[in-house]
Design a protein around this ligand. Structure first.
Ligand code: AMP
Ligand code: ZN
Ligand code: FE
Ligand code: FE
Length: 285
């Protein structure tokens, strides 16, 4: 069994992270990690650069994606691992999801302006750089302009679910998100179960049963903000439902400065062994 640590949940400038894919790979190697999965929101555009950087540095990058789907009127995130970045159905659906973001973004701007903030879509687009605009980009502009002290405050006061500048975007159903990843040759995994609306052990168990029937293969048990008790619960549910276990930090660079690549808020350690099992499930080993 290979030794070493990994991070299976990371964002780049292709979505709402602040490091380019190549910079991310360099940092991961510098930190002594053995592999990272690039899992940008609703896009695989960062994957070619990340895979190329990995190839030239002798580092391992797992091609991934993170898809937001609808759950009880709120959000659920599905991670997809070992996806084919060239899969046509995947690229078509991601283009549609990006369109849903484009429909949402001006509405968020309108709400922020109604709240008295001087902010334009152009400024947010500039902060984003790429094709996928996420709420952390709005937060970055709010912070830069002095409307919030930091990213978290921008979410707590304005952008988070239920806050005055929150706008719901169109989403796929969980089953559609899972199917999309499966069709792209990937392994679908439920991200950060902690953030599911109204979740408890029984409800999560029933949900996993349902998602597994739709093709779900794993659960992200190790995650930056999971408490030891939550991690225990997710590990137990993974065993009960015969699901793979994954783990990641949700690193976003300077957009979430409190999260360190590979370590979360300090002591997260995700063993390479989890990736070996994931690759077996994907038929990539
Ligand atoms: P979006 O895809 O545009 O809806 O933005 C989703 C991203 O915003 C997530 O990946 C998180 O990084 C961040 N986010 C969402 N809700 C919160 C919150 N309440 N506090 C901090 N960050 C959040
Ligand atoms: Zn994000
Ligand atoms: Fe997420
Ligand atoms: Fe994420």
């Amino acid at each position: 069994m290979e030794q070493g640590y990994i991070d299976l949940h990371v964002h780049t400038t292709a979505s709402d992270g602040t490091l380019t894919p190549a910079e991310l790979v360099a940092l991961a190697q510098e930190k002594g990690l053995k592999a990272v999965a690039v899992t940008d929101h609703d896009t695989v555009e960062g994957l070619p650069e990340a895979l190329k950087a990995a190839g030239s540095r002798g580092f391992e990058v797992v091609p991934g994606v993170e898809i937001s789907v609808d759950y009880r009127g709120g959000e659920m995130h599905i991670l997809g691992y070992c996806v084919d970045p060239c899969s046509e159905p995947l690229l078509d659906s991601l283009a549609q999801l990006q369109e849903y973001r484009r429909e949402r973004n001006p509405k968020v701007i309108r709400k922020l302006r109604e709240l008295g903030m001087l902010i334009s879509l152009e400024e947010v687009e500039e902060a984003a750089g790429g094709n996928v605009i996420g709420r952390p980009h709005f937060a970055a502009v709010l912070v830069r302009k002095g409307y919030a002290a930091g990213t978290q405050e921008a979410f707590d006061k304005y952008l988070g679910a239920g806050q005055p500048a929150y706008v719901k975007k169109e989403k796929l159903t969980p089953e559609e998100g899972i199917e999309l990843i499966v069709r792209a040759g990937g392994v679908p995994v439920l991200a950060h179960p902690k953030y599911l609306k109204d979740h408890n052990a029984d409800r999560l168990s029933a949900l996993l049963e349902k998602l597994k029937a739709a093709g779900l293969k794993g659960i992200e048990a190790y995650y930056t903000t999971h408490t030891p008790e939550e991690t225990e619960l997710y590990l137990r549910l993974a065993e009960q439902h015969a699901l793979l276990i994954t783990g990641g930090t949700d690193f976003h660079g300077a957009n979430k400065p409190e999260i360190e690549l590979g370590a979360g808020t300090g002591n997260l350690r995700i063993p390479y062994e989890l990736l070996e099992k994931l690759k077996l499930a994907a038929g990539k080993q």
